[in-house]
Design a protein around this ligand. Structure first.
Ligand code: ADP
Ligand code: ADP
Length: 229
């Protein structure tokens, strides 16, 4: 079974038609980048995948969960599918370490010593092991985003969604965040990434989906060919 399957999906916000006839299949381990103009529905598409928005009609299967079914428990989806936001969404009054361990401890009810050990390994992976006891306000934007990625990974998700993860960052911090994302991609994580970073889309992505006006205009598995026309 594929990780994510959209079949004839429509999404309305009231009368506004935000997603139009979306058909999209994403395999396990695939890295799909989504590009397109502002307001084209990229964020809406992403948010339907972890149940932050419900689809209006059609079929949406994520990690074997049926998201069109009103009985499906959205908390289970969010345990399975991580999300990294443009503005980090870290808990300001918690340390970096606590930001990462909170989900595994409170939501997954896991053992504290084990969770903390894993959190330090994740902080090491994102290059922030020495920042564990600091608070988010003491970190740069790029560092905060790397913490947000580590926090997402700590839940051991089946897939991670990224909604313009570098758009709020100063240019000199973007590279470190993209490097971490590339590392995760290489380890086989399924990733759906809304981004303006064409270099990343081209280098790391297996496919590029181009959206405009709520529709998928192009779904290019030939990532380099995409840029030729
Ligand atoms: P993108 O991520 O490509 O910029 P969005 O998915 O954020 O696009 O938005 C697509 C369209 O849906 C926009 O016109 C936006 O104003 C509208 N929209 C997004 N969220 C809502 C909402 N909660 N209620 C009403 N309209 C919304
Ligand atoms: P980067 O290394 O991602 O470019 P900065 O240059 O902004 O980040 O930060 C370098 C160091 O200074 C980091 O260790 C960070 O924790 C620390 N730092 C940044 N801003 C503040 C702040 N407002 N208060 C305390 N420490 C800070």
């Amino acid at each position: 079974m594929s990780m994510i399957e959209f079949h004839d999906v429509e999404k309305y916000y009231g009368k506004f038609h935000a997603l139009k006839d979306i058909n999209l299949t994403i395999e396990r381990g695939e890295v799909v980048t989504i590009i397109g103009p502002s307001g084209s529905g990229k964020s809406t598409l992403l948010r339907t995948i972890n149940g932050l928005e419900r689809i209006s009609s059609g079929q949406l299967i994520v990690n074997n969960f049926d998201l069109a079914d009103k009985k499906t428990n959205m908390n289970k989806i969010r345990k399975n599918v991580g999300m990294v936001f443009q503005h980090f969404n870290l808990y300001a009054n918690k340390t970096i370490l606590d930001n990462i361990t909170l989900g595994p401890l409170m939501v997954l009810k896991r053992d504290k010593a084990e969770v903390e050990k894993e959190a330090y390994d994740l902080l090491d992976m994102v290059g922030l092991k020495d920042q564990a006891k600091k608070y988010p306000a003491m970190l740069s934007g790029g560092q905060k985003q790397r913490v947000a990625i580590a926090r997402s990974l700590a839940m051991k998700p089946a897939a991670i969604l990224f909604d313009e993860p570098t758009s709020a960052l100063d240019p000199e911090m973007i590279g470190d965040v993209l490097d971490v994302m590339q590392t995760i991609a290489k380890e086989g994580m399924t990733m759906v990434v809304v981004t303006h970073e064409m270099g990343f889309a081209r280098r790391v992505g297996d496919r590029i989906v181009f959206m405009a006006d709520g529709q998928i205009l192009e779904d290019a598995s030939d990532v380099n060919g995409f840029f030729d026309h």
